[in-house]
Write a protein that binds this ligand. Structure first.
Ligand code: HEC
Length: 122
């Protein structure tokens, strides 16, 4: 009788340990996915800066803030420009910049948050 009780609790502990292990796997995977999306400033520096930084001037300045009323139109314009290219600017596909990263980048660009990054101050 006593033995059965011990076995049961051991099994319970094993199950608890198992589900904890499963949970931490899920958490680790979620963290990894989140880690893969780079911060807007990092994306800008890695993908846009070598043409758009003020000292490069291959492409025009794109980091000036826009008034909120223009965000939707300007955001669509940036999105189309990045995905389809524009004149001398090549199109940039998902392998270069994910949808999540592009959304974050556009948001930061519209708010003027990357102005210092473009000027090489950050
Ligand atoms: C290989 C160089 C190059 C890279 C890399 C590049 N661009 Fe461009 N971009 C250009 C050029 C050149 C133009 C001007 C195109 C034209 O003549 O209309 C331009 C134009 C633009 C415009 C239109 C500007 C305006 O106000 O009309 C936007 C927006 C833009 N780029 C965003 C980006 C973003 C965001 C990135 C990074 C994800 C990026 N570009 C990466 C070269 C580049």
């Amino acid at each position: 009788m006593h033995n059965t009780t011990i076995e049961k609790s051991t099994l319970g502990q094993r199950l608890a340990a198992l589900s904890l292990a499963a949970l931490s796997t899920v958490l680790a995977t979620a963290t990894l996915a989140a880690d893969r999306a780079r911060e807007p400033a990092e994306v800008y520096r890695q993908v846009c800066a070598h043409c758009h930084n003020l000292d490069k001037a291959v492409g025009p300045q794109i980091t000036m803030p826009f008034p909120e009323a223009a965000w939707e139109a300007r955001g669509d314009y940036i999105h189309t420009t990045v995905r389809e290219g524009r004149a001398a600017m090549p199109s940039l596909r998902n392998a270069k910049i994910s949808d999540t990263e592009l959304e974050g980048l556009i948001d930061a660009l519209l708010r003027g948050e990357l102005a210092d990054t473009a000027a090489g101050k950050e």
